[in-house]
Design a protein around this ligand. Structure first.
Ligand SMILES: Nc1nc2c(ncn2[C@@H]2O[C@H](COP(=O)(O)OP(=O)(O)OP(=O)(O)O)[C@@H](O)[C@H]2O)c(=O)[nH]1
Ligand SMILES: [Mg+2]
Length: 330
């Protein structure tokens, strides 16, 4: 990763210099007015060797950047590349992080995430308003329903688990097994009106979690059925999506669920991917608030809250342990 600043009379000319010297893959880290007049564009490229930079005019063009903040920006830009954050988004995030680059990288990235994403973690004592978990097949809805129920049960809260996944062979079996472990009843709901009635009779203060069948957002009948169910429930829809999807597919999918009223995004399988670019892309494009993340298949490990700093920790490399530093391993 190499950062380089370019000076020109205007931003069009500066961008031309960037592309000429670093190519189309360069990420624009910041564009700002230069105190000597004109503009300064700082760009990053994932190539330590910049091939034959174009000759620059005397008063404009590339200059060595002696900015001490560049180490921080370099680390951040590398992290975004490693997570395959789409270029346009990486540029925006980096541009904001640049304003905080004199701070440490965690603060700079956290400040940037705070600017560009919305965070609404589920409250520690899971809310009494019913939550309805929706999302594509296999996303982790049932496991997250069980995780949330387990957490509430451990906090001695009364829990009702509801499943609407009654048509698919085996759809109920998994949640029933979790409910048995928790010694909690499970309500099996056959239609949206039954769900409405079941929620109506829940005592105040009850933690109510509704698990739904996986929905293929490209199938209009599945989409309509889920939208109707969500509306009838009047519960808060939490979109459960795996973090290991590619950015474009995940963004399209989230758009459909957002249209059904998804109020928050719970990302799963963070322990199974090293690339969170898809998840960041979804949060940025859809503007669905990020709530929590799941990083284990164990029901006893509840989804962790997402906030600017916890998300920055997931994106930046972990500091090496003393043992790793000593042996030079990661
Ligand atoms: N390692 C890991 N496994 C997970 C995580 N979330 C879900 N899983 C696993 O992914 C698989 C699918 O999870 P489910 O909870 O059944 O997914 P679902 O969304 O209910 O699936 P459908 O009901 O078929 O739509 C299961 O084997 C889970 O144990 C996670 O965060 N980490
Ligand atoms: Mg399920």
């Amino acid at each position: 990763m190499r950062l380089k600043s370019f000076y020109a009379a205007n931003s069009t000319e500066a961008m031309r210099l960037v592309r000429e010297a670093l190519g189309e893959d360069a990420i624009i880290v910041s564009t700002r007015d230069d105190e000597r007049g004109g503009v300064r564009v700082t760009a990053a490229i994932d190539d330590p060797v910049v091939s034959s930079p174009a000759p620059q005019p005397r008063t404009t063009g590339s200059m060595p950047d002696a900015n001490p903040d560049n180490d921080t920006l370099d680390l951040i830009a590398q992290s975004f590349l490693r997570h395959q954050v789409p270029n346009a988004l990486a540029e925006r995030l980096l541009a904001t992080a640049t304003q905080y680059a004199s701070e440490d990288s965690l603060l700079a990235v956290g400040a940037s995430f705070d600017t560009h994403f919305i965070f609404q973690p589920l409250s520690e004592d899971i809310p009494s308003v019913p939550l309805i978990l929706i999302g594509p097949p296999g996303a982790g809805k049932t496991l997250c329903a069980a995780k949330l129920a387990t957490k509430a049960a451990l906090a001695k809260r009364p829990v009702t688990l509801i499943s609407t996944d009654t048509e698919r062979a085996g759809g109920m079996a998994q949640l029933r097994a979790f409910a048995n472990l928790l010694q909690t009843d499970i309500l099996e709901i056959e239609d949206p009106h039954a769900l409405e009635d079941a929620l109506h009779i829940q005592p105040a203060g009850q933690v109510t979690i509704i698990d739904t069948a996986g929905c293929n957002p490209l199938d209009p009948s599945q989409r309509d059925a889920l939208a109707f169910l969500v509306k009838a429930s009047k519960a808060t829809p939490i979109l459960v999506m795996p973090a290991d999807m590619d950015a474009a597919t995940a963004t399209d999918m989230a758009g459909v669920f957002h249209g059904m009223g998804a109020a928050a995004l719970l990302a799963t399988r963070l322990d199974m991917t090293r690339r969170l670019g898809g998840m960041l892309s979804v949060a940025y494009s859809s503007k669905i608030p990020l709530c929590n993340f799941s990083a284990s298949g164990k029901v006893s490990e509840p989804p962790q809250p997402l906030n600017p700093v916890s998300l920055a920790r997931l994106i930046l490399p972990l500091p090496a342990t003393p043992a790793q530093q000593a042996t030079g391993t990661e």
